[in-house]
Design a protein around this ligand. Structure first.
Ligand code: ADP
Ligand code: MG
Length: 323
């Protein structure tokens, strides 16, 4: 674009809450063939709420099975499961974590401050609390730590097909000496958070598809939840890439761009930054993280997925008028 076209386009974009950065960005926006949406915080509000707590190991009657330690002589009820999960998640800034902590507070549960905490990106968290070592996250997180996630399968699948994000709660309890018993790890419950799809998301997807743009959904969340959201907003199930780890999001965008096609990636999270940089056009949601905004070529100040089309329209209009 000429400097004049760039100035005009940038100014018109800004009036619509669409911030273009850099000189050749208008052409690149005009030329995209595909739009790739991150799910959480982009197509959805990213404001999670705790919806379900399942205890897989409910309190046994007196004389219930000993599981190797005083803390586990009788099983855990829902409040125990939630208190453990929330105690572990207190240190995390993930929206999933904040909803769990908030849900526990609403129920008046007392939380324990972890003595150790680790964030496992794209999988969950692990923390050491009074009760033992707690894991909250995906089946892969538990698997990776030698805890069998399968006893939670039916509850997890039920919650996921409702479009919720289900997280398993695993525990390695302390033994009588207070030592954490590595081999006694088991899944003790499931917690689920639900998010709200942005009101304009379906129309935004329909309008882009009407213009023959290929629309994709990419997420670290599980396949079942991702498909439930894709169905709700009108994205083809074949265009859903789920369970993508943060470090693999950029490769997934590369794959979509493989046959010389150009993609606009729309995202909000720290996780999305490499994918935003890899895409022909990186587009950040204005309320997203600074890291995402810095990696992006375009920022949508109104956090509205429908503004993707506005960005495309502005670039087309300015490049047509001033050639
Ligand atoms: P997204 O791509 O939707 O922003 P993430 O990559 O942040 O998702 O997370 C992917 C998955 O990892 C989540 O759906 C969840 O199962 C698990 N996970 C990530 N962070 C946490 C956490 N703090 N607590 C529990 N589970 C988590
Ligand atoms: Mg996100």
């Amino acid at each position: 674009a000429t400097p004049a076209a760039t100035m005009v386009g940038t100014a018109i974009g800004a009036q619509h809450g669409v911030l273009f950065e850099g000189g050749d960005i208008l052409e690149r926006v005009r030329d995209v063939d595909a739009v790739v949406f991150d799910k959480t915080g982009t197509l959805t509000e990213g404001e999670m709420e705790l919806t379900d707590v399942v205890a897989l190991d409910p309190a046994a009657p007196d004389g219930g099975v000993q599981r190797g330690g005083h803390e586990t002589a009788s099983g855990f009820d829902e409040d125990d499961v939630l208190a453990m999960a929330a105690s572990a998640e207190q240190e995390s800034e993930h929206p999933l974590a904040e909803a769990i902590v908030e849900g526990a507070r609403e129920r008046g549960l007392t939380l324990d401050s972890p003595e150790a905490f680790e964030n496992v990106p794209g999988k969950g968290v692990r923390a050491t609390i009074d009760r033992g070592e707690v894991f909250v996250g995906s089946p892969r997180l538990l698997d990776a730590n030698g805890i069998d996630p399968t006893p939670a399968d039916s509850d997890r699948e039920r919650l996921e097909s409702e479009g919720k994000t289900a997280m398993l709660v695993g525990l390695r309890p302390r033994d009588a000496d207070g030592e954490i018993d590595e081999r006694a790890g088991r899944v003790v419950g499931v917690v689920a958070d639900a998010d709200t799809i942005k009101p304009s998301a379906s129309d935004a997807v329909a309008d882009l598809r009407d213009r023959d743009l290929d629309v994709w959904l990419i997420t670290g969340d599980n396949e079942r939840t991702a498909r439930a959201v894709a169905r709700a907003v009108g994205i083809d199930p074949d265009n859903v890439m789920a369970e993508v780890l943060p470090e693999d999001k950029a490769d997934a965008v590369d794959e979509i761009q493989s046959d010389g096609r150009e993609a606009m990636m729309v995202g909000d999270g720290v996780n999305d930054a490499p994918a935003l940089a890899t895409a022909a056009v990186g587009c950040a949601i204005g309320s997203g993280t600074d890291v995402a905004i810095e990696a992006a070529d375009v920022t949508l100040m109104r956090d509205d997925p429908a503004d993707v089309l506005k960005a495309i329209r502005v670039s087309e209009a300015t490049l047509q008028k001033i050639k």
